[in-house]
Design a protein. Structure first.
Length: 384
């Protein structure tokens, strides 16, 4: 046994020396392989016909190195839609294998800064990556025209540099920026069997805030947007497959506020005391999921940041008592697949690896969800 361990140590030393000697060659090979894999990756091409939800940003305005600002991609058949575009979300899409250039339209739930501050970068990437000749359609409540015009103006110099540098074939001058579409509650999109319905939510003092319901081939997904507990969400989510609902833990927010006050940061503490009133706790989101009869609940716009999964139980405390279906704390890179003609809900991370079951999140092996219950899948790990 001693001889075995000595041999193992010797082998490790030899490999370490070899890695150091051939560091450049190894780095070159690894880099080339990683680039080719990333550039050629197309998650949308691997998805079955149906409705799919990808979390490109599950965070909030609070600092969270693991989560971008609010952003959800919804794929219905061959159509790609983006809901909200928070800071850093555009940069999450490519590693997930979702090309910004494929986006048909972007829908804003409301005009809070954390839901729009990534819009300029996303419009730029969509334009140049797919040589679009028309601007991105941006749907949103009253005020969306002002927001889009502002980003168009701010990015106008940059757009001119792109055209001059790469040429009009790569960067068609008329395709830069976005085109605003002001919406009211009701059907806002209907094409190729895809129906998108906007519904009013309660995010006062914000006016015009909406959530969205997506329907395609018998599958349905509802996004609450930012809202206090609202009967309109229950009505819109009635019988839906997935409810993607924002979540703020008021007790945890209170701990942060108390610490800020103790540190003499009274103004910031006041903000932490204010925000729970126009958001929804995980417990209330679970009650809404139960009343609406949805198949699964996904929490996003996570407040506060959860730097490690040990905090998940604290964040969800009391939620499972209100809703007996699966509850997932959303993370960037999660993709939920709802195949057409099926009741199955399949969850995976980054569009490739299977993630852990929402119910046993981060604790045991990879699982998938179905109306029949939990079903073990082969595969690897999971992830205001």
């Amino acid at each position: 046994m001693k001889r075995f361990f000595l041999g193992l140590i010797a082998l490790i030393v030899v490999l370490g020396i070899a890695a150091n000697i051939f560091q450049v060659e190894i780095g070159r090979a690894v880099f080339k392989t990683a680039v080719e894999r990333t550039v050629s990756r197309d998650t949308l091409a691997t998805l079955p016909d149906g409705l799919h939800v990808a979390l490109c940003g599950s965070g909030s305005p609070l600092p969270d190195p693991g989560r971008a600002g609010p952003c959800t991609a919804v794929i219905a058949g061959k159509h790609l839609f983006i809901v909200d575009m928070g800071s850093g979300a555009t940069r999450k899409l490519a590693p997930m294998g979702i090309a910004a250039g494929r986006a048909e339209a972007l829908f804003l739930t409301h005009l809070h800064s954390d839901h729009i501050d990534g819009l300029g970068e996303f419009m730029l990437q969509r334009w140049v990556s797919a040589n679009h000749k028309t601007p991105l359609p941006v749907y949103g409540p009253t005020g969306v025209a002002v927001v889009v015009a502002g980003f168009n103006a701010a990015y106008a110099p940059d757009a001119s540099y792109r055209v001059a540098h790469h040429g009009p074939d790569v960067a068609p001058p008329d395709g830069a920026g976005g085109f605003p579409n002001t919406i009211e509650p009701g059907t806002v999109y209907e094409k190729d069997g895809v129906t998108i319905t906007a519904f009013a939510v309660d995010h006062r003092p914000v006016t015009g805030a909406v959530g969205y319901r997506f329907d395609y081939k018998g599958r349905s997904v509802v996004l609450s947007g930012d809202t206090a507990p609202s009967p309109t969400v229950i009505a819109a989510a009635r019988g839906a497959d997935l409810l993607i609902h924002e979540a703020l833990n008021p007790e945890m927010a209170g701990v942060i506020g108390a610490a800020m006050k103790k540190a003499g940061k009274d103004k910031t503490a006041k903000i932490m005391a204010d925000i729970p009133g126009y958001h929804t706790s995980p417990v209330d989101a679970a009650r809404i999921a139960h009343k609406a009869g949805v198949k699964a609940l996904i929490l996003t716009h996570i407040v506060p940041a959860l730097p490690f999964r040990l905090l998940n139980g604290y964040f969800l405390d009391g939620a499972h008592a209100e809703y007996k279906g699966p509850i997932t704390i959303g993370e960037d890179g999660m993709i939920f697949t709802l195949p057409a003609g099926s009741a199955e809900i399949i969850a995976r991370l980054d569009g490739v690896r299977r993630m852990t079951s929402p119910v046993l999140y981060g604790l045991i092996g990879p699982l998938s969800l179905s109306l029949a219950g939990l079903e073990r899948l082969p595969g690897a790990m999971n992830g205001h």
